[in-house]
Design a protein around this ligand. Structure first.
Ligand code: F6R
Length: 248
């Protein structure tokens, strides 16, 4: 498949973050009631910093809704490694978002299937996601959609792969692999693909292979990010290290 994905390469990761925040700001200015999809992990942290700067310069988030991609199963929302806590700390508490407009899947629900179905309904009830910010795993995963996740997958409970458990316990988030939950709730590939605009961020050499597979490899469940190739409005914002395998 010939990819329709737009690719922008920047000299530094800071410029990637500035470009991502500016894209988000454009959507917020054009549609003050917009719905943003958000990601956790190391990559979007700098973008969240830039969004906070834009808020201090007058960008208004008071009518914006947000939906996060995923949450670990079994972690209370106030557990420091929960994605709810990550978002509160890195972004939500710094903006004038209304708490009831921020959505993160509940990892401790007794009824995960209901939680996932309700999440899909909440996204629909708000009119769908206008822009979903994504990261990419070294194995090509998007959200916790690991290789093999179906194109039409919806929000659901998934098992984490050993490579994702290892990547998330390299000292950045969890200190020890045994502390990483073995499963998570995640928006599906089908859920993500329904967003009107997708912006995937990748920085650093560790992401170069996954980025090359996503953009130049087959449209295949073996590399979940490659399943964005036919999206009508998808942009990859990369630093030079993450883009380094695209030229060959
Ligand atoms: C987290 C998420 C994950 C990360 C990916 C990259 O919400 O969606 O798919 O985007 O694991 O993580 P970092 O940015 O930490 O390299």
């Amino acid at each position: 498949m010939t990819t329709q994905i737009h690719v922008h390469v920047f000299p530094t990761s800071e410029e990637v973050a500035a470009a991502a925040a500016e894209r988000i700001a454009t959507v917020v200015r054009e549609k003050p009631t917009c719905v943003l999809g958000l990601a956790t992990g190391s990559t979007p942290e700098a973008t969240y910093g830039k969004m906070i700067e834009l808020y201090h310069q007058g960008l208004d988030f008071s009518r914006v809704s947000t939906f996060n991609l995923d949450e670990y199963a079994g972690l209370q929302c106030d557990h420091p490694q929960s994605y709810r806590a990550f978002m509160e700390e890195r972004l939500f508490r710094h903006l004038n978002l209304r708490p009831w407009n921020t959505h993160v899947l509940n990892g401790t629900t007794q009824f995960p299937a209901l939680e996932c179905a309700a999440y899909e309904q909440q996204i629909q009830a708000r009119g769908g996601v206008d822009l979903w910010l994504l990261g990419i795993g070294q194995n090509g995963h998007i959200a916790f959609n690991e290789p093999g996740s179906p194109l039409d997958s919806r929000t659901r409970v998934v098992a984490l792969t050993p490579s994702t458990i290892a990547a998330n316990s390299d000292g950045r988030f969890f200190a020890d692999p045994k502390d990483v939950p073995r499963s998570a709730l995640t928006a599906g590939i089908g859920t993500i693909r329904e967003a009107r605009q997708l912006v995937l961020l990748a920085t650093g050499q560790k992401k170069a292979e996954a980025v090359a597979r996503a953009l130049k490899g087959d449209f295949s469940v073996d590399c979940p990010a490659s399943l964005l190739q036919d999206h009508r409005d998808c942009t990859f914002l990369l630093d030079e290290a993450a883009a380094s395998l695209l030229k060959s």
